[in-house]
Ligand binder design. Sequence first.
Ligand code: GAL
Length: 823
Amino acid sequence: MMNLKSFTLLALSACCWLASQAQPHAARNEFLLDKGWKFTKGDVPGAQAQSYDDASWQRVVIPHDWAIYGPFDRSHDLQEVAITQNLETKASVKTGRTGGLPYVGIGWYRKSFSVDDFEKGKRRVTLLFDGAMSEARVYVNGKEAAFWPLGYNSFHCDVTDFLNADGKNNVLAVRLENKPQSSRWYPGAGLYRNVHLIVTDEIHVPVWGTYITTPHVSDEYAAVRLETTVDNLANENVRVQTEIVNAANEVVAQKNEMRKLMKGQAFVQNFTVNNPSLWSPETPVLYKAVSKIYVKDQLVDEYTTRFGIRSVQVIANKGFFLNGKLRKFQGVCNHHDLGPLGAAVNVAALKRQLTLLKEMGCDAIRTAHNMPAPELVALCDEMGFMMMIEPFDEWDRAKCDNGYHRFFNEWAEKDMVNMLRNYRNNASVVMWSIGNEVPTQCSADGYRVASFLQEICHREDPTRPVTCGMDQVTCVLGNGFAALLDVPGFNYRVHRYEEAYGKLPQGVVLGSETSSTVSSRGVYKFPVEKKADALYDDHQSSSYDMEYCSWSNLPDDDLAMAEDHDWTMGQFVWTGFDYLGEPSPYDTDAWPNHSSMFGIIDLASIPKDRFYLYKSIWNKKESTLHVLPHWNWEGREGQTTPVFVYTNCPTAELFVNGKSYGKQTKSKESLQHRYRLMWMNVVYEPGEVKVVAYDATGKVADEKVVRTAGKPHHMELVVDRKELTADGKDLAYVTVRVVDKDGNLCPHDNRMIRFSVKGNGSYRASANGDPTCLDVFHLPQMHAFGGQLTALVQSAETPGEIVFQATAKGLKTARLVLTSTQP
Ligand code: GAL
């Protein structure tokens, strides 16, 4: 199989990449415009002019998020609103809704670029933006080349006619504007995704110009159909020579055909691949179609389309089938931000997220509620995650005063088309969603809007089913909205799935968004009770995993629903990772609180206890035995302190300082007893909690001990990878743990920790997962939270040694040596 790195490179431009990238005068050249940008915050009339002097502007490298540097402040995007989708009817003051970060405002970027092999009339030059936040106005040499309002979508523009005649010293300027009250979460700000410059011949395959499908899939053989669009052909013959290449770089099928295309017609080729390796989350095997386009025997373009061979089906009363095999989504919803990096996309950070989710047994991602970065989709192809891609949180009716509804009527189709063409070749994408909890679902003709959007999906990609995340169950069951979708997707309201299944024609129900349980890593509240909207003075939620929001529920409800009914297609949990903004249940004037508490994994990429609950059910390959809470309850001596265990074993026995509290076995006595082992009457005494797990035959399967930690003594550094790539972008995630002399985590330690990075790397950011902490991420210091935090170290472009050091008052300094090697 081709190595992962080269697959990632291939995918940087949404599946399309050319072998001849670096050579001038190749049929096609593609460059990343990442360096040499200038940036300024605020509006600057005339900044698009070629002659404008930007000397005083800040030098930046993109992807760049101007707002992530903070500071956090209660006044940023302070709102007085009723959040209707949270069932609020009266307006109240909302803080931290968008993370308390200064994302609102205008920002300008400028960069000069040259196209060496430019020849007017012979070469075409295209700019491709993977996303620009938001209301992007793109200027080349002072002339407006594009406007694209939705900040999450990819868009492209042909700038050939705006270039200087010799192709040299062109000025690209981009103006971005984020309006207040334009988002329900932290959207990020600026050129937070990549910008590509694509140089082609006059006759060429346009951006996203191929469409590849696998109309027949079996273990014996697969049919592969490739449509290639060729722009600017005069009424002439075109020859397309395509090789289908497997993961071992062997040509497994090929065609070399000449045809004349009518205007607007695509060049269609059909292939048979024998004994194909089918793509699935467990076997993410990829193929490429490498096409050479000839006109009059001249090579005019070369285009590579990466794809996977797999089939997708939804069968009434049975559910979702991948390659003919029934499976249920073990999915999570994620927003796009990468915690301390903000919205600025980074491949290593995305890979870190997916690695953790894979360990949990997660096999699917919903990109809530917007188009993802192409790098995420490429990684899902490579690492094996099914994706449900979703474009909108609003249609024509508002959730936010300045939300997407302002653009919907004019832009919805254009946005859908770009999303669909961008990602319809990706093996990981198995379903489209057309929206999330849109208020339009309850309007009398809302079904027409849904139908309009679903039809666009069917037209552009008839191979994937379409869903919509619906929360107003009564409306959508009554008004035809839910009935018209390929797959009815419900957000929460798990108690109404059965009714929906009975009333709707599809014979399946998808948990498009589930759970919304809230917890803060390492924080436990007493007494341990199941509660909606529990509020505490410290603005945290309990990690006993018994707290949720008024509209939501505990994980156990959704896990049982998926297990008990064939017709449920599984779920997408809200959320895999904590994200910036939406600090429910502390969003009503409860500053400080800047991030969500819904995540299974916190903002510092450290798993919360809930991670192990899902892992114990979803990850069938590894055993799980996880004990909570920590055992440092100074002051609670003699008081009831329940102990929970998340394990794939049916039974376990609990001992505290050698005294048995008896065996517990999973049972159907309640939903919680079905998935958790709970000893509710444990009396706290410092010392040792030991859990012995037994398998179904009664044999000891595993054992786990949690000890009361002594005085903080030193810091333990746990790094995800010791070897980085020297590309100036790669990241190591270093988790710093404050421990006692024996290595036990000190779970109450919140001291300040400072970092230094020397050698061929730099400090990038850090996070501690505490939603109430206002330390900014980019300064090399952060308070620990529950004894832990994570610092991100970035490689330089020169390979060599990178030395990371953490210092803190009262603790021995900790040091870690990483290395980086040539890309
Ligand atoms: C849903 C919504 C999500 C998020 C979530 C929090 O209603 O779709 O975007 O707000 O609630 O529980």
